[in-house]
Design a protein around this ligand. Structure first.
Ligand code: FES
Length: 684
C-alpha cells in the first residue's frame, strides 16, 4: 500500500511516475509502473542490466526536489559489482537502490530492453528492440524424493513463477546438458529462451549461475551474387561483426534463371547448389564469430532474407517451379526453423532460423525485408523503392496501397557484362565527369578522393592502380556521355568527327569512348563501348519498365519520392540515374539512398518480434504484379530504351540538365541504327 506522503518517483525518459513506500527497490517501482528497465538476474545484483542514474536537485517540471538522501546508500553488492566489473560514476543498480525520498530516475538506453536504435537511412525510422531470445537467471527447486518431478519441469515452473514465461519446451541437445548445469550452479542457472509468440517458448541453452558471455544472432542477406551478414548482440542490438562473401553458386550460373536451368538440366543440380550455399553460410558464421571473438555456440538466432530462387535453394527445395509460369513458390509464408534444419553447425545446437516471407514467385523475402526497412506502407507520399541488384525489387505505395514486382535487370549495374567492368573494389572507377566543351573526362577511383586531373592523383592511386569501372562508374560515364553530346538519345555513340572528340575511336562497326588509356605504361585501356551502352540500356529499361508497370497499376504517372536501396543504390548519383532514365522523373532532392535496405530489414527482424509480425501482416497486404506476363511490360521496356526515354518527357530532369539534341544514326558513327537489340531478357 502506498500513502499520499510516500516518496514520488519519476522515471525518465518515459515520464512514468508513482508513489512508493520507502524502502521499495527502484527495479520494483519500475516494474509496477511498466517502466522499461532490464533485468536478467531478477534483482539478485549479479547481472547489472538494471543500471539507473538518479538525478538530484530541483525539478520544477515535476514539482519535486531530490536530495542526496532520496535513495538508500551505496551497498556492498554495488561495491562488489563496481570493483569487479566497473560501473560508471553516478550509476546505481536499480535492484539494490531503494527509494527513500522523492526522486527522478533516468533509465539509460543500455538498461532498456526495448531501446531504440537510430539507424542511418533516408527514412528516419528507428529500430526498436523487442528481443525474441532473452536471458533469465532462475532459481530452481531441488528435487525431492517425496515429490517426484523432473528437473526440466521444475525449471519450467520456476521460469513461469519468476519471470512469467509459461510453457517452456526444450530439445534434446539442451536437455542433455540440463542436469549438470543445475547442479553445478547450485540450482541457479541462466537460461536463453526463445519466445516469438508463435508457439511455446523454447529453451535454447543454459549455464550454471550467471551467463555473462552474451547471446548473439546473425542477419543474412543471401543475394545471387553476394552473401552479406551482420553478427549482432541480441540484447543491445549492436553489430559486432559484418562480412560478405561471393555466393559460390555463381559457378552454376551468373543469374537466377541460369541456376534454375542448371537444376533442370543436371539431375541433382539443385542439391549441389544447396550444398555449396549452405557450406558458404556455415563458413560465414564461423568467420563472423571469429571477427567478433565469440564462440559460434553463442549464436542463437539467424534471420535470412533472399530472393525466391535463393530461398528455395537454401532450404533444399528444387526451384524448378520458379522457372516457369505461374511461378509457384513451394511456400511463401515466414518460416521458423532450426539452423540445424539447414545443416548449419556453426551456431548453438538449438539455434533458431527465421526466414522472412516471400511476396510472390519472383518477389522474395529480400523485397519483404526492404518493405520492412523502408515501410512504404507508412508513407504519406507516394514512394517508389527500388532495390537494385542483379534483379531489381520494386515497391510502389503509400499508406493506402503497396504494389511490388521484380524486374530482370541483369548484372550490368554491378559492373558485369561491361567491357571494362568490375566489382566495386579499390581501383575501380566509381565517378566520372566529362567536360561538355572539351569532352575530356576525369574520374575518381574507389580508394581515393582525388579526381584524375589532380596532380596528386597518380601517387594516391599507385597502390590500387586503375583497374576497371564499377556499376556506379558506368552509370555516370554513360550519363555524362549523353550530357556531353557523345551519345544520342537512342544510345548510339558518335564518331570522332560527328561528336567532336578524339576520345571517340572506331571499334569494329561502332565507336568507343576512351576514359583512360595507360597502355603505354603497361596499364589497361578503359573505354565505354557500344556494347556497354546496350547492356546498360537493357538493364535500365527493365528497371524503368517495372516501375512504370506498377505506376500503371496504381493509375499514376508520377511518383513523389524515390528510394534507391541496395549496396549499389547507395552509390548511384540520382542525377545520373535520371539522365539514363533508370527511374521515373521526379524532383532530384526527392531521390534518396537507403543503403542495404534488405540487410537492415533482416536486422530489424532479428531484433524484434513485433517487426516479424509486422512484415508478415504487411506482406499479405502487398499487391503483387507479375512483370513476366504483363503485356504492357514489353511496351514500357521498348520505350525505356531511349536515354532518358522515348515518350516520357522527364520535365523535372530537363529543368536542371540540358540534353544535347544529337543523332548519330545516319552515318553519324553508330553501327546499330535500329536502336539496339530490344530483346526481352529473362530474369537474372
Ligand atoms: S537486476 Fe540484475 S543486477 Fe539488478
Amino acid at each position: 500500500m502506498t500513502a499520499p506522503k510516500d516518496p514520488l518517483v519519476v522515471f525518465l525518459p518515459s515520464g512514468k511516475r508513482g508513489r512508493f513506500a520507502p524502502g521499495t527497490p527502484v527495479l520494483t517501482a519500475a516494474r509496477q509502473l511498466g517502466v522499461d528497465l532490464d533485468s536478467v538476474c531478477g534483482g539478485r545484483g549479479i547481472c547489472s542490466r538494471c543500471q539507473i542514474t538518479p538525478a538530484f536537485g530541483d525539478f520544477p517540471k515535476h514539482g519535486i526536489h531530490v536530495g542526496t538522501e532520496a535513495l538508500s546508500g551505496w551497498n556492498a553488492v554495488e561495491e562488489r559489482y563496481k570493483s569487479k566489473r566497473g560501473l560508471i560514476d553516478g550509476r546505481r543498480l536499480g535492484c539494490q537502490a531503494q527509494i527513500t525520498g522523492d526522486v527522478v530516475i533516468d533509465v539509460p538506453p543500455e538498461s532498456q530492453v526495448h531501446r531504440q536504435i537510430v539507424r542511418k537511412a533516408a527514412s528516419d525510422r528507428v529500430m526498436k528492440m523487442d528481443p525474441v531470445t532473452r536471458l533469465y537467471v532462475v532459481e530452481v527447486e531441488e528435487p525431492d524424493m517425496h515429490e517426484p518431478t523432473g528437473d526440466f519441469e521444475r525449471l519450467a515452473r520456476a521460469l513461469q513463477a519468476q519471470w512469467g514465461v509459461a510453457g517452456l519446451t526444450a530439445g534434446l541437445p539442451v536437455l542433455a546438458r540440463l542436469q549438470p548445469a543445475l547442479r553445478k550452479g547450485g540450482w541457479q542457472v541462466s537460461v536463453a529462451v526463445y519466445d516469438d509468440g508463435h508457439g511455446a517458448p523454447v529453451l535454447l541453452d543454459l549455464w550454471p549461475g550467471l551467463h555473462d558471455g552474451g547471446l548473439y544472432g546473425v542477419a543474412v542477406d543471401l543475394g545471387s551474387t553476394t552473401i552479406a551478414a551482420h553478427l549482432c548482440d541480441l540484447a543491445s542490438g549492436a553489430v559486432l561483426a559484418s562480412g560478405g562473401i561471393m555466393n559460390p553458386q555463381i559457378r552454376f550460373g551468373e543469374d537466377l534463371m541460369s541456376r534454375v536451368s542448371y537444376g533442370m538440366m543436371n539431375p541433382g543440380g539443385d542439391r549441389e547448389m544447396t550444398a555449396v550455399v549452405r557450406t558458404a553460410l556455415n563458413d560465414l558464421l564461423a568467420d563472423l564469430a571469429g571477427q567478433a571473438g565469440i564462440e559460434t555456440r553463442l549464436i542463437f538466432e539467424m534471420v535470412l532474407v533472399c530472393n525466391p530462387v535463393m530461398h528455395h535453394l537454401a532450404l533444399g527445395i528444387d526451384p524448378l517451379e520458379l522457372g516457369q509460369a505461374p511461378f509457384a513458390l513451394a511456400t511463401s509464408d515466414a518460416l521458423r526453423l532450426s539452423t540445424r534444419d539447414l545443416g548449419l553447425t556453426n551456431t548453438g545446437a538449438s539455434a533458431r532460423l527465421y526466414v522472412l516471407p516471400c511476396i510472390a514467385g519472383h518477389v522474395g523475402a529480400d523485397a519483404a525485408a526492404v518493405a520492412l526497412a523502408e515501410a512504404p506502407d507508412r508513407s504519406d507520399d507516394l514512394v517508389l523503392v527500388v532495390d537494385v541488384g542483379t534483379n531489381a525489387e520494386i515497391l510502389l505505395g503509400n499508406r493506402e496501397q503497396v504494389l511490388a514486382c521484380s524486374s530482370p535487370t541483369g548484372p550490368a549495374f554491378e559492373g558485369a557484362q561491361i567491357s571494362a567492368g568490375q566489382r566495386a573494389a579499390p581501383g575501380a572507377i566509381e565517378r566520372v565527369e566529362i567536360d561538355p566543351v572539351t569532352r575530356i573526362p576525369r574520374f575518381r577511383v574507389i580508394g581515393s578522393d582525388l579526381w584524375s586531373d589532380d596532380p596528386a592523383f597518380d601517387a594516391a592511386t599507385a597502390a590500387s592502380g586503375i583497374t576497371g569501372i564499377c556499376g556506379s562508374g558506368i552509370i555516370e560515364a554513360v550519363a555524362e556521355m549523353r550530357m556531353a553530346g557523345l551519345l544520342d538519345a537512342s544510345g548510339l555513340i558518335g564518331s570522332a568527327e560527328a561528336a567532336g572528340s578524339d576520345r571517340l575511336v572506331p571499334d569494329g562497326r561502332t565507336h568507343s569512348y576512351v576514359l583512360h588509356d595507360a597502355r603505354a605504361t603497361g596499364g589497361p585501356l578503359i573505354s565505354v563501348t557500344q556494347g556497354d551502352i546496350r547492356a546498360i540500356q537493357l538493364a535500365k529499361s527493365a528497371l524503368y519498365a517495372g516501375a512504370r508497370l506498377l505506376m500503371d497499376e496504381m493509375g499514376v504517372d508520377h511518383v513523389e519520392r524515390v528510394v534507391l536501396a541496395g549496396a549499389f543504390g547507395a552509390h548511384i548519383s540520382p542525377k545520373h540515374a535520371m539522365v539514363l532514365g533508370m527511374i521515373p522523373d521526379c524532383l532530384l532532392d526527392k531521390v534518396q539512398s537507403a543503403g542495404n535496405a534488405a540487410g537492415t530489414g533482416a536486422r530489424m527482424a532479428l531484433h524484434s518480434r513485433a517487426a516479424r509480425d509486422e512484415i508478415e501482416a504487411t506482406v499479405r497486404r502487398i499487391t503483387k504484379v507479375e512483370t513476366a506476363i504483363a503485356p504492357k511490360f514489353q511496351e514500357h521496356f521498348v520505350n525505356a530504351n531511349a536515354l532518358p526515354h522515348a515518350t516520357d518527357p522527364f520535365a523535372e530532369l530537363r529543368r536542371i540538365v540540358t540534353l544535347p539534341d544529337v543523332g548519330f544514326g545516319a552515318g553519324g558513327g553508330g553501327g546499330e541504327g535500329d536502336g539496339g537489340r530490344r530483346r526481352r531478357r529473362r530474369r537474372g
